[in-house]
Design a protein around this ligand. Structure first.
Ligand SMILES: *[C@@H]1O[C@H](CO)[C@@H](O)[C@H](O)[C@H]1NC(C)=O
Ligand SMILES: *[C@@H]1O[C@H](CO)[C@@H](O)[C@H](O)[C@H]1NC(C)=O
Ligand SMILES: *[C@@H]1O[C@H](CO)[C@@H](O)[C@H](O)[C@H]1NC(C)=O
Ligand SMILES: *[C@@H]1O[C@H](CO)[C@@H](O)[C@H](O)[C@H]1NC(C)=O
Ligand SMILES: *[C@@H]1O[C@H](CO)[C@@H](O)[C@H](O)[C@H]1NC(C)=O
Length: 246
């Protein structure tokens, strides 16, 4: 960053703001009390814009906010910073389909409240919203002051606390936690070849094409083809009828 370059622009912004809000009460109203809003928390922290886009695209924000609206639920999120995403091999996110993006986001969410003291006694592997099993292992260990995380592919440690309120804990990690399940070859199983053809152009930025939409669209395509087939049949019968009438 070059602050001396930004200065004139921010001065301009400030004067614009002063102009447009001079008639209103001062901005920066205190956060209204209400249900926890995960996007808001991450936005306020800054530096989580890619993760925010991902949780919106996968609609995980709605799921989380819904879960957090019930005080019986507790959640821990390991939120990868924007710089975490820059350490991924380029194209990594774009290569994931919508379902895989959901799995990646859910892998960063633990359905229990982990405080710094529970980190020391947590039993591994820690279950995430992505599910259980060797291929979705997330191990958390403490070592001196650091909380280390390993997935079998990613080694990192918690680099900061973003938010804690006893129900929700959000920690910053500076690597994307990559589950074996998404980033190592699947064990012998039929190759998901048709997925390739259906893959949409979008990538980390396709915040406006959530998983459900893509699925519905492809189902719709199937139905349309079927309908077209019917119409062809009807048309042929119609020709035959016309021929008989002649
Ligand atoms: C949560 O916060 C985001 C960003 O501040 C906002 O766009 C969204 O409408 C909020 N959601 C709810 C349910 O309040
Ligand atoms: C939270 O839960 C209450 C009670 O069940 C419900 O009335 C309210 O609509 C919920 N709010 C949100 C944002 O889901
Ligand atoms: C935990 O992470 C720290 C800092 O990244 C590293 O120095 C240490 O060796 C790690 N410990 C274990 C047990 O992996
Ligand atoms: C995670 O911990 C479990 C239990 O200690 C261990 O069996 C497994 O190998 C560990 N996985 C990784 C990736 O460290
Ligand atoms: C992660 O840490 C383990 C044990 O500390 C090490 O064996 C492994 O090579 C590391 N993996 C990566 C990708 O750095």
């Amino acid at each position: 960053m070059a602050p001396q370059k930004l200065l004139p622009f921010s001065l301009l912004l400030v004067s614009l703001l002063l102009h447009t809000t001079s008639a209103q009460s001062p901005a920066a109203a205190p956060a209204p009390a209400g249900p926890v809003n995960i996007t808001k928390i991450l936005e306020k922290a800054g530096q989580f814009s890619v993760f925010i886009r991902l949780i919106k695209a996968t609609r995980e924000d709605l799921t989380l906010n819904g879960q957090l609206n019930n005080s019986n639920n507790a959640i821990t999120i390991f939120a990868p910073s924007d710089s975490a995403f820059t350490t991924l091999k380029s194209g990594t996110l774009n290569a994931l389909n919508d379902q895989e993006k959901s799995e990646l986001v859910q892998f960063h969410i633990v359905p229990t409240y982990l405080s710094s003291s529970t980190f020391q006694t947590v039993s591994n592997p820690v279950t995430t919203q992505a599910g259980t099993g060797n291929r979705l292992a997330l191990n958390v260990t403490t070592s001196g002051n650091s909380v280390n995380i390993t997935t079998g592919l990613t080694n990192t440690s918690v680099s900061g606390t973003v938010y804690t309120d006893g129900q929700l804990a959000v920690y910053q990690v500076d690597k994307v936690l990559q589950p074996l399940d998404l980033f190592t070859p699947k064990p012998p199983a039929p190759a998901p070849a048709p997925e390739k053809a259906k893959k949409k152009k979008g990538g980390e930025g396709d915040a406006d094409s959530p998983a459900g939409v893509a699925k519905d669209a492809s189902d719709g395509g199937e139905r349309e083809r079927f309908m077209a087939g019917n119409r062809v049949v009807v048309f042929v019968v119609g020709l035959a009828a016309a021929a008989v009438a002649l």
